[in-house]
Write a protein that binds this ligand. Structure first.
Ligand code: UD1
Ligand code: CA
Length: 458
């Protein structure tokens, strides 16, 4: 068990977002701000992660509910960052080791920076280590006040003297603390300041007065600690996350034709020699193989695409899997739990939902295939519809290997088309078609000779 614990502050209101959503659930580059903080936390392999929630606590907890091992501390009311950290006491009291404090609204922090912070903190045996940065515009941040080079205090912007406001070294809001003295010391923080809040940075002055060691680690790239307090800043960090991921992928051999319009999430993996065209969105846990071509206007979420797949323009692909050599689109909608087999083809205006399309099968034009299991080398003719819904329940359609479904067929589920069977164009199939049979279910054509001449008005 590691003796590192992480506390993430996410209780604040985020007033400047002007949002009905909790701030930390706003998304940057495909995942919530708090998920970015959790990714940084995970990189320390901590034994405990406590998320301090308060404003819209239930919403934040619900959004993170799927993550195992997270603990929540409720801060109600929100009386400041010092008060917020104190709420984590029940989860950590009596333990030992290092507490790393992160903000839920600071998404650019790199794992390497965090590791360097913890390493320096432990090596120097400090009671607290503050991550600081020098910035061109320190307005709004807490300033690092030094005496003979040593950090003496942190002064909040609103409490700073004009001289202190000139200081360009700022508090990132990210710290490492020795666990043992922390919670007792937090209780001695007061709230007599401009905002009437319990300021966590006041711990620096308190520790120094008690002769405890407080250290700083300085950041090379201050952009890493950019916080999101407004929609403007959300767009700024999103742009940075985007360009960082694009640079990494290009360095690893991915062609991105127009990096300005390629939106590839931080968790998305793309193989070498894949070509990403303009206005492509790759989100969530998406994995794209090598040698793929992802054409303009495509959006892919939480999906796995194998090597050598071509996704033509303007497709939406959600929670699905596409095997190597397949071709999809243009204008295809691949909805969750679909699986397109090797070398299969899905053409224009085709929608798949919870459908398996087997190896080398084709559904090339204007179809809806829902709750269907389609074998290998099946030809699904233009305009084929699986009628999977009876108004109450969904029913499955099975089409076995080598079957041929004529154009404009309705397959009224539950129904099965056997191996190698044919269905005549324009059929409404309500009964199973046995293997090798021809199913035909449509009105018989009658031609009436001379009808036009007889009926046409003079
Ligand atoms: C804080 C620091 C400041 C630092 C800056 C870096 C304090 C008093 N100031 O200021 O020195 O330069 O971060 O970005 O800590 N939160 C709670 N409960 C609360 C108050 C805040 O959970 O009662 C959370 C917020 O949701 C946020 C984080 O703590 O995630 C920081 O709070 P915020 O109000 O944004 O602090 P800043 O004014 O930015
Ligand atoms: Ca902030």
């Amino acid at each position: 068990m590691s003796d590192t614990h992480v506390v993430i502050l996410a209780a604040g209101k985020g007033t400047r977002m002007k949002s009905a959503e909790p701030k930390v659930l706003h998304r940057a580059a495909g995942c919530a701000l708090i998920d970015h903080a959790l990714r940084a936390a995970d990189s320390l392999q901590p034994s405990t992660i406590v998320v301090v929630v308060g404003h819209m606590a239930d919403r934040v907890k619900a959004a993170l509910g799927k993550r195992l091992g997270l603990r929540f501390a409720l801060q109600e009311p929100q009386l400041g960052t010092g008060h917020a950290l104190l709420q984590a006491e029940p989860h950590l009291a009596g333990g030992s080791g290092t507490v790393v404090l992160l903000s839920g609204d600071v998404p650019l922090l790199r794992p390497a920076t965090l590791q360097a912070l913890v390493k320096a903190h432990t090596a120097r045996g400090a009671a607290a280590t503050v991550l600081t940065a020098r910035v061109d515009r320190p307005q709004g941040y807490g300033r690092i006040v030094r005496e003979r080079g040593q950090i003496a205090a942190i002064v909040e912007d609103k409490d700073a003297t004009p001289a202190e406001r000139e200081i360009d070294e700022i508090n990132s809001g990210i710290y490492a603390f020795a666990l043992e003295p922390l919670f007792t010391a937090l209780k001695s923080i007061g709230a007599t300041n401009a905002q009437g809040e319990y300021y966590l940075p006041d711990l620096v002055r308190i520790y120094r007065e008690r002769g405890l060691t407080v250290e700083t680690v300085s950041l090379d790239d201050p952009r890493e600690i950019m916080g999101v307090n407004s929609r403007r800043e959300l767009a700024d960090v999103t742009a940075i996350l985007k360009s960082t991921r694009n640079e990494e992928l290009m360095a690893a051999g991915v062609t991105i034709i127009d990096p300005a319009t390629a939106w590839i999430g931080s968790d998305v993996i793309v193989g070498a020699d894949t070509v990403i065209h303009p206005n492509v969105y790759l989100e969530g846990r998406t994995r794209i193989g090598s040698g793929c071509e992802i054409h303009a206007g495509v959006r892919i979420v939480d999906s796995t695409i194998d090597d050598g797949v071509v996704i033509n323009n303007y497709c939406v692909i959600l929670e699905s899997r596409i095997d190597s050599g397949a071709r999809v689109g243009p204008f295809a909608h691949i909805r969750p739990q679909s699986h397109i087999g090797e070398d299969a083809q899905v053409g224009n205006f085709v929608e798949l939902k919870k459908t398996v399309l087997g190896r080398r099968s084709k559904a090339n034009h204007l179809s809806y295939l829902g709750d269907a299991t389609i074998g290998e080398r099946v030809n699904v003719g233009a305009g084929t519809i699986t009628c999977n819904y009876d108004g109450t329940d969904k029913h499955p359609t099975v089409i076995e290997d080598g079957a041929f479904i004529g154009s404009d067929t309705q397959l009224v589920a539950p129904v099965r088309v056997g191996k190698g069977a044919y269905v005549a164009a324009g059929s409404s199939i309500v009964e199973d078609v046995p293997a090798g049979a021809l199913g035909i279910a449509r009105g018989r054509q009658a031609n009436k000779p001379g009808w036009v001449a007889k009926n046409k008005k003079k």
